[in-house]
Design a protein around this ligand. Structure first.
Ligand code: UDP
Ligand code: MG
Length: 145
């Protein structure tokens, strides 16, 4: 195979405030479930400004960051961790491209959004960021699954 070995991975996913405001939580979580991923963490919570700056550390200097901060802190989010074969890539494929207008039909962003900032869902982009993001949102010492 040209695309490398396949491993069981965990990936961090966050349903952003617009997903909850638009009552798309069940639809979005259902897509991950139906793909065959296993849910191993789930929490309804708020993202503080401090957590936003940690989570989006690579973006804090961008001109759009104030808009991104206002968006991600304005209402509850669902933070979750999904496990499965190649879960990081699998979930990124289900989520679609960052700009919802460019995201392919059939992806979450492609099916439900039209905005580049308000794009419904976050998903880790690498094993390294997945590990950091899971640690930022969940206390791994409480792990039982
Ligand atoms: N974002 C934005 N404007 C941009 C790029 C990104 O508002 O030009 C927001 C958008 O909500 C995106 C998040 O910042 O999901 C994180 O950006 P990233 O490039 O990591 O995109 P993602 O990994 O979420 O597709
Ligand atoms: Mg990203």
């Amino acid at each position: 195979m040209s695309d490398g070995a396949r491993h069981i991975e965990r990936t961090f996913v966050m349903l952003k405030p617009d997903a909850l405001e638009r009552s798309l939580m069940g639809e979005i979580l259902g897509r991950f479930e139906r793909k065959g991923l296993k849910l191993v963490r789930l929490e309804l919570r708020r993202v503080t400004k401090e957590l936003a700056a940690t989570h989006y550390a690579h973006l804090v200097d961008k001109p759009f960051y104030p808009e991104l901060e206002a968006y991600i802190t304005r209402g509850p989010v669902v933070a979750c961790v999904w496990e499965g074969i190649d879960a990081i890539r699998v979930v990124r494929n289900l989520v679609g491209a960052t700009d919802s207008i460019l995201a392919a039909a059939g992806t979450i962003r492609g099916d439900f959004g039209v905005d580049k900032t308000e794009n419904l869902v976050h998903a880790s982009d690498s094993p390294e960021s997945a590990a950091v993001e899971i640690r930022n949102f969940f206390n791994e010492s409480t792990s039982t699954l």
